[in-house]
Design a protein around this ligand. Structure first.
Ligand SMILES: Nc1ncnc2c1ncn2[C@@H]1O[C@H](COP(=O)(O)OP(=O)(O)OP(=O)(O)O)[C@@H](O)[C@H]1O
Length: 301
């Protein structure tokens, strides 16, 4: 029966997987990736529960993400994906459970220390400074680091001058990796949507976070833009070893891009494993295709 269900999901996902187009190349890229040999979890959730009034958004969620991993979190609407990102980024305090970031554990992640903890995030909606150049938008991702005084900054001397030089160098490295050279000095607000999303990714990467939370990075993009963005997410991980947590609705791309996929449904984690396993898991198929188990037991779909 599993085989039949597995085949059903394969068929359901086939067009998306076909669009992704380079599963084999991606598998090869994963094989050649230099992950730390004994990378322990860089991020772990321990029995996290979160409710809003009578609605349970997350019910006893545990999750461990290894250093350098691309971990997708997928699930139908309302499954609890954004709640999880908001807990990791400190916007929400769970009712119970702890979050581990590296060696430190928290009942609520201190949002003001997020950058210092090495965590960066992007948002579902664009949040760029539309009137600023691309490079200045990217440099703004380093603002929290500035140690120079206001006087030094106004006069452009001392630590401020050095910080400016270092920030530009860091921004230019990200610009080169994400192939943004041609629009470096363009106003962000004048760029097509897909490029603006790429600038957001660059801004989140400029401080070289250990952990990057991407909330629907491919939403609203054309198929070509999605392919490009998936390539740049992979490039960032390969260049800097960034651990990436990815919330995404495009299952085809997720399956090709991620090392591990956790599937949520109604606030519970119903599957967690490599894409090939998750894709054929009957529980996941039920959640996505709405195939009741009694039909499965009855032998026909
Ligand atoms: N701030 C909030 N106030 C009240 N209820 C909330 C809040 N945030 C989330 N919820 C509820 O918690 C549940 C999980 O929502 P969440 O946004 O985390 O799911 P999701 O998987 O990200 O959904 P989507 O894919 O639609 O963004 C939903 O029932 C939602 O209505």
């Amino acid at each position: 029966m599993t085989g039949v269900l597995g085949g059903t999901l394969e068929r359901a996902l086939a067009p998306a997987l076909e669009r992704a187009g380079h599963r084999e190349a991606e598998a090869g890229a994963r094989r050649s990736l230099r992950l730390p040999a004994h990378g322990g979890p860089v991020l772990a959730l321990e029995d996290i529960t979160l409710s809003f009034g009578g609605v349970t958004a997350l019910a006893g969620i545990s999750l461990a993400v290894r250093a350098g991993e691309i971990r997708a979190i997928i699930g139908p609407n309302g499954a609890g994906k954004s709640s999880l990102v908001n807990i990791v980024s400190g916007a929400y305090r769970p009712d119970a459970g702890r979050v581990w970031i590296g060696e430190e554990s928290f009942s609520q992640v201190p949002a003001h220390r997020l950058a210092q903890l090495g965590v960066a995030r992007t948002f579902q909606n664009l949040a760029l400074f539309r009137g600023l150049d691309v490079v200045d938008n990217i440099v703004s991702g380093l603002a929290y680091r500035a140690r120079s005084t206001l006087v030094e900054q106004v006069l452009g001397i001392g630590r401020a001058a050095r910080e400016t030089r270092e920030a530009r160098a860091a921004a230019d490295e990200v610009i080169a990796t994400l192939r943004l050279e041609a629009v470096r000095d363009r106003r962000a607000g004048t760029l097509p949507y897909g490029l603006q999303k790429r600038v957001e990714l660059a801004r989140a990467l400029v401080a070289r976070p250990r952990i990057l939370l991407l909330d629907e990075p491919l939403a609203g993009m054309t198929a070509t833009e999605k392919q490009e963005m998936a390539g740049f997410i992979r490039a960032a991980r390969e260049r800097w070893g960034t651990t990436i947590i990815l919330i995404e609705h495009d299952i085809g791309l997720v399956m090709g891009l991620s090392d591990q996929v956790a599937v949520f449904d109604y606030g519970r984690k119903i599957a967690d494993g490599p894409p090939a396993e998750v894709r054929t898991d009957p529980v996941v198929i039920d959640a996505y295709l709405g195939i009741p188990h009694d039909i499965e037991a009855g032998g026909g779909i």
